[in-house]
Ligand binder design. Structure first.
Ligand code: SF4
Length: 493
């Protein structure tokens, strides 16, 4: 993947996508602000949400073992997966054992993260996405660009085209007279998916929450398609990131107030499905839960960085981010786009690749993401933390590291600092009032900024001259080099 900066530049040229994104994020932002404004103690709720997640993260082994015990006691089978390969292998083995040629899927970021669909396809097993937005992405041979609305970059006319062109090749075709009205598009998707729901014997899901003290998994959704997957097939396999664990059922109450308001701008989401193990004659008769690490232990080891694991994937930070709104989700090179992607991807995957190295810089550090986050993840501070890591890992080879070393050397001795300041003021005098538009070696930085013109006189020089003019140090107007006078700080106070 190219760096964020390169990918974002290409995305910025896509004016249709920018229009679609601006419209969609502005709409969700307004809805969210209205319903969050209705809650008197929103801040207390945020703190409670953050505390519940922190409690789980600080005692993760304990809560995971409790979750496993309770799941197993209620008839589920728990598997542990260190990485994507292991998780994919576990799922594939279960599907093969069932001799299934296809699976239906509930929208799941964890399975996208491990590229489960691709691995299943390689093994000749079709994985059908059943969330409407995911279906659009899958039929469009596209990639998701938003956590909640993966097809946010598409408008209705584009979706109609995708349905008409693609549905027939993988199942029931779209109606000939399909229009781009939302109700007609939803109906086409419903009819297309229905035959898949009724046929599939295996379903794959993720989980929004996994409750340790009851062994309950929870999926929160808007369409009801997820519920069809969770109840109709005989076998259900849930791939769940280990950070999804919540200590107690009570914590779910807090989360269900925070999540819908922050994500879709609703007081409550239309469908909340919960299942606890296996129940005779009701729902799937074989339930597997794959607990996925895939870099999460590494994130947990960083005392500051671990707060990223509090994320409940609401996408509020994406919808308020000025950088995401213009660049779109694909530029982040992962299923986790936007501000949360900018801190989560480099921690999960390390900062070895171009894209992961660039992500901590994919932000203006305006702080809007922190204000919006329902579990108070301090994303701006984490971005700075990760930038430090990227610079440190460059082992002094990057231009930034070289200039920082030079700055440290200069600030380490007052004579060196004074010499540098004298050189800068000389430069300032030579420039007169002119503005520098670019400096060799600072190409990328100066593309969007002017270089500040050095002052004609430093504070030290001004101070020395003031003493010269007035050896007694009496306060009073001081003559500037350009002939004007100014007051001293003492006079102003
Ligand atoms: S970081 Fe916060 S705002 Fe962003 S998706 Fe996660 S929980 Fe939501």
């Amino acid at each position: 993947m190219p760096s964020f900066q390169r990918a974002a530049k290409e995305a910025l040229a896509n004016t249709q996508q920018r229009r679609n994104l601006a419209h969609a994020t502005a709409t969700i932002r307004a809805k969210r602000a209205a319903v969050v404004g209705e809650v008197d103690r929103w801040e207390e709720l945020r703190v409670a949400g953050a505390d519940a997640k922190d409690e789980a993260l600080h005692h993760l082994p304990h809560y995971l073992e409790q979750l496993e015990t309770n799941l197993t006691a209620r008839g589920a089978t728990v598997h542990w997966a260190r990485d994507a390969d292991e998780a994919n292998r576990i799922v594939l083995d279960i599907v093969r054992a069932k001799e299934a040629q296809e699976v239906v899927k509930v929208k799941s970021m964890a399975t996208q993260e491990i590229e489960l669909n691709e691995r299943l396809e390689e093994a000749g097993i079709h994985a059908w996405e059943t969330d409407l937005a995911e279906l659009i992405v899958q039929l469009g041979h596209d990639r998701p660009s938003h956590i909640l609305v993966p097809a946010i970059h598409r408008n209705r006319a584009e979706i109609r085209e995708i349905f008409r062109r693609e549905m027939g090749s993988v199942g029931r075709p779209a109606p000939e007279d399909l229009t781009d009205e939302p109700a007609r598009l939803a109906e086409a998707a419903r009819l297309h998916l229905r035959e898949k729901f009724l046929r599939a014997r295996v379903a794959v899901s993720g989980a929004n929450f996994a409750i340790a003290d009851t062994g309950t998994l929870v999926v929160v959704e808007s369409e009801g398609n997820g519920r069809m997957c969770l109840t109709l097939p005989e076998t259900l396999i849930s791939v769940v990131g280990i950070e999804k664990v919540l200590p107690s059922f009570e914590d779910l109450g807090t989360m269900l107030q925070l999540l819908p308001r922050s994500s879709t701008g609703e007081r409550m989401n239309p469908y909340t499905s919960m299942w606890t193990g296996v129940h005779d004659g009701d729902g799937p008769q074989e339930v597997h839960v794959v607990l996925l690490d895939n870099g999460r232990s590494h994130v947990l080891a960083d005392e500051l960085g671990r707060q990223a694991l509090r994320c409940i994937r609401c996408s509020a930070c994406l919808n308020v981010c000025p950088v995401y709104e213009r660049a779109g989700g694909h530029a982040y090179g992962s299923v986790y786009p936007g501000p949360i992607g900018a801190i989560l991807n480099p921690q999960l995957r390390g900062t070895g690749s171009e894209v992961d190295k660039s992500l901590p810089y994919a932000s203006s550090l305006c702080g809007a993401c922190f204000e919006a986050c329902p579990v108070r993840i301090d994303i701006p501070t984490l971005l700075v933390h990760l930038r430090t890591q990227v610079v440190d890992e460059a082992s002094g080879r990057s231009p930034e590291a070289t200039s920082m070393r030079a700055a440290a050397w200069m600030f380490g001795d007052h004579r060196r600092l004074e010499a540098a300041q004298r050189a800068a003021t000389l430069g300032g005098r030579l420039l007169g009032g002119r503005t520098l538009r670019s400096v060799p070696g600072l190409g990328a930085w100066t593309q969007a900024r002017d270089v500040p013109t050095p002052p004609r006189e430093t504070f030290r020089q001004w101070w020395a001259r003031r003493r010269q003019d007035d050896p007694g140090g009496a306060p009073g107007p001081v003559r500037q080099q350009d002939g004007t006078s100014t007051t001293t700080p003492e006079e102003e106070t």
